[in-house]
Design a protein around this ligand. Structure first.
Ligand code: NAG
Ligand code: NAG
Ligand code: NAG
Length: 415
């Protein structure tokens, strides 16, 4: 039934492309849903903050460099750090499709495979003759750029999708590659020798080929207490209304650079019933490739002062005594005039995973961390996955906006 609908809408999509754009308006919604999993690498766990900070620094530097210049592919001497926590989905490449386990990333937009499992060319594989290079701060990848069919789910085969096959990479252990679902502008200047080319993302091509009828991706994930869980859902071309409870409110992508190059938004953050300002309204990014909620150093200092949290050197995260945790109040995120409450439980690292990150079972660690630079730089926070998984999150690239809604997990005491 579902795949029948998808086939029908794909057919209508081809008609729409070929004949008239009016047909687009009558096409039935055809979202494609990909399950995704959270994985946890306990040996790398103390590196969570280090990894996230290195990534934030590299993303910011990359966005500030001019497109098409070597400097866009900055050389960063920071040590490479593997992801301790990652969010992955399985995607098919080639004809027939071979499956690869890819990191889901709204903070970058190139797609690549072949890091762990080798990519074998098939009858539909075309070598573009270009090389691709992206540096993440927490890692890098250099690959050969190919065109091929990319299959997101039954009946959803995107033709001529451009992606790289890794030749050399670092920081992606345990992964086959990455599916970049951020803004397409992030791909401009990543190819060589044609440094003026950009690379349409899977969302762009699925939409252009009429496989989905909305130029957006909806993301749902439930906070969990176990090491590995597949309860995330990535919906291309639509939203899954069964996954959220409150209204879905959209805000435009921020106009402040460099956050404006990403799935960036403007937000302010206050603490507790008194409404004490932690972070005055400023620009930052939402990012599925970051684990923690990172706040500019000055904002984090205010948060520490308000909560009494101190950095646990062994674990690498802020910690609270049980008594301090008992007094912890909610953070309130004001995004586009709407307020999202981020409860004390949401601020805590899942206690069932304390020992897995080298901490005491009875301690309370926090997922709020230091961005590593002060506010005022147009990139003053990163709302990473431990923030996003408390809400339904939509990147509507067609309308250059981001949506948030409360879910049944927003106030859950899971942690
Ligand atoms: C993909 O590329 C092939 C070869 O250039 C072309 O024949 C085909 O029409 C393209 N498909 C789409 C959907 O653009
Ligand atoms: C886990 O992390 C360690 C340390 O960073 C790394 O050496 C190892 O390759 C990682 N394993 C996976 C499966 O990512
Ligand atoms: C480089 O890419 C641009 C943008 O896609 C394209 O217009 C141009 O023809 C390409 N140049 C070469 C030499 O392929």
């Amino acid at each position: 039934m579902l795949s029948g609908l998808r086939l029908a809408s794909a057919f209508l999509g081809v008609l729409a492309l070929g004949f008239c754009s009016e047909a687009l308006a009558v096409r039935k919604p055809s979202p494609v849903t990909l399950p995704f999993a959270r994985r946890f690498n306990s040996t790398g766990a103390t590196k969570i903050l280090e990894h996230d900070q290195a990534r934030a620094k590299a993303l910011k530097a990359r966005a500030l460099a001019k497109p098409g210049q070597l400097s866009r592919r900055i050389i960063d001497n920071d040590p490479v750090t593997n992801q301790a926590v990652d969010y992955v989905a399985t995607v098919g490449f080639g004809t027939p499709p071979s499956e690869f386990t890819l990191l889901i990333d709204t903070g970058s937009s190139n797609t690549f495979v072949g890091v762990t499992k080798p990519f074998e060319a098939t009858s539909t594989t075309v070598n573009t003759g270009q090389l691709m290079e992206v540096i993440f701060g927490s890692g890098f990848v250099i690959g050969e750029e190919f065109l091929d069919t990319v299959t997101l789910g039954p009946g959803v085969a995107i033709q001529n999708q451009s992606f790289a096959v890794a030749i050399e990479s670092s920081g992606f252990d345990g992964l086959d590659g990455l599916i970049g679902i951020g803004p397409v502008d992030l791909t401009c200047g990543t190819l060589f020798p044609n440094t003026s080319a950009c690379v349409p993302t899977v969302t762009d091509n699925a939409f252009a080929q009429g496989l989905i009828d909305a130029h957006e991706v909806g993301i749902s994930f439930a906070p969990t207490t176990s090491l590995e869980t597949t309860n995330g859902e990535l919906t291309f071309g639509g939203i899954d209304t069964s996954k959220f409870t409150g209204p879905l409110n959209f805000v435009p992508i921020t106009t402040t650079a460099p956050a404006s190059e990403f799935v960036g938004i403007d937000q302010s953050v206050t603490y507790g019933a008194a409404g004490t300002t932690v972070l005055a309204t400023t620009a930052g990014i939402t990012d599925t490739g970051t684990t923690l909620l990172l706040l500019a150093s000055d904002a984090l200092a205010t948060y520490q002062e308000l909560t009494g949290a101190v950095l646990d050197e062994n674990v690498g995260l802020l910690s609270l005594t049980p008594e301090q945790f008992g007094n912890l109040e909610s953070l309130f995120f004001n995004i586009g005039g709407n307020t999202l409450e981020f409860t004390p439980n949401a601020q805590a690292w899942p206690r069932a995973l304390n020992e897995a990150i080298g901490g005491d079972a009875n301690s309370v660690f926090l997922i709020v961390g230091d961005l590593g630079s002060d506010s005022g730089e147009g990139f003053d926070f990163v709302d990473g996955m431990t923030f996003l998984e408390r809400f339904y999150y939509v990147f509507d690239s067609g309308n250059n906006q981001v949506g948030f809604a409360t879910t049944e997990f927003t106030n859950a005491e899971t942690n």
